[in-house]
Design a protein around this ligand. Sequence first.
Ligand code: NAP
Length: 280
Amino acid sequence: MATRVWLITGASGGLGWALVSEVLGAGERVIAASRNDSPLRPLATAHPGRLLTVSADITDADALRQAVDGATGQFGRLDVVVNNAGYALAGPFEELDDTDLRAQFEVNFFATVNVLRAALPYLREAKAGRVLQISSLAGQIGAPGMSAYTASKHALEGLSVSLAAELSPLGIRTTIVEPGAARTGFRADWASRLPTGGAIPDYRPAHEALARSAGAGGQIGDPARMAKALVALADMQRPPLRLPLGSDALAGIEKSRGDQLEELRQFALLSASTDHPDGF
Ligand SMILES: NC(=O)c1ccc[n+]([C@@H]2O[C@H](COP(=O)([O-])OP(=O)(O)OC[C@H]3O[C@@H](n4cnc5c(N)ncnc54)[C@H](OP(=O)(O)O)[C@@H]3O)[C@@H](O)[C@H]2O)c1
């Protein structure tokens, strides 16, 4: 039987690179979409003929489609799609630049749309396949100074929940993956782009909290172990709709859902009071 082919975005570092390495180590094949293929070259050398790197800009739908068509044509199939590329724009909402906010959605949301549009025809034709949407704990909760990132990941989750229901009858399974903090370049990346100066004084505490968080090390999540979990997920007959990764994600989501349920019950009378008195 031919080995599976994975399409993985954001493959040059962090979780993406770890996943490419894990999948190749398992004997499968990878189409890696990346802006920077140099960290992938040693993997291509170690696994000849099993890694194709495409350097298309994932925010350019036409270029991406051509690149995916070309690479899928070379391998002859596509089985697992992993929308992994992403970054965080941090800063209090009122201080966010509109262009930066839209750029956040271009990468974290619309690039995912581009990837899905390029890849889904192959999965539909096969009536099989997996879609792994790399969201975040931030796709389930909010935090001061993270409105842009959490909005983009909530949008990704909203798309994915509906998409999962559309694709399931076609034999395609979708899972939203929600990592907690992982030891990748992710935090350093957003910390390096934190706004300096011009802060609205009211938001100084939010800036201080962001600076503390940016400087904190020791994230609990191990990208290599997360990559193993993603491969296990792709192997499951009945994968979950959502999978948090890391005990921090698990605890954060559990607390958030618990708080939401408590609030729902507390205000249930007011919620139900808007029904027509004559019922249905
Ligand atoms: N690390 C964490 O704490 C954490 C927590 C929750 C969720 N996540 C999510 O996990 C995914 C992987 O992140 P990571 O931790 O591996 O971070 P990372 O090491 O910074 O890698 C993210 C990758 O996304 C791509 N990317 C970043 N900015 C981009 C841009 N402006 N345009 C296009 N591509 C861009 C890059 O890939 P190329 O250079 O190859 O194009 C980059 O290697 C992201 O979706 C992130 O939101 C991370």
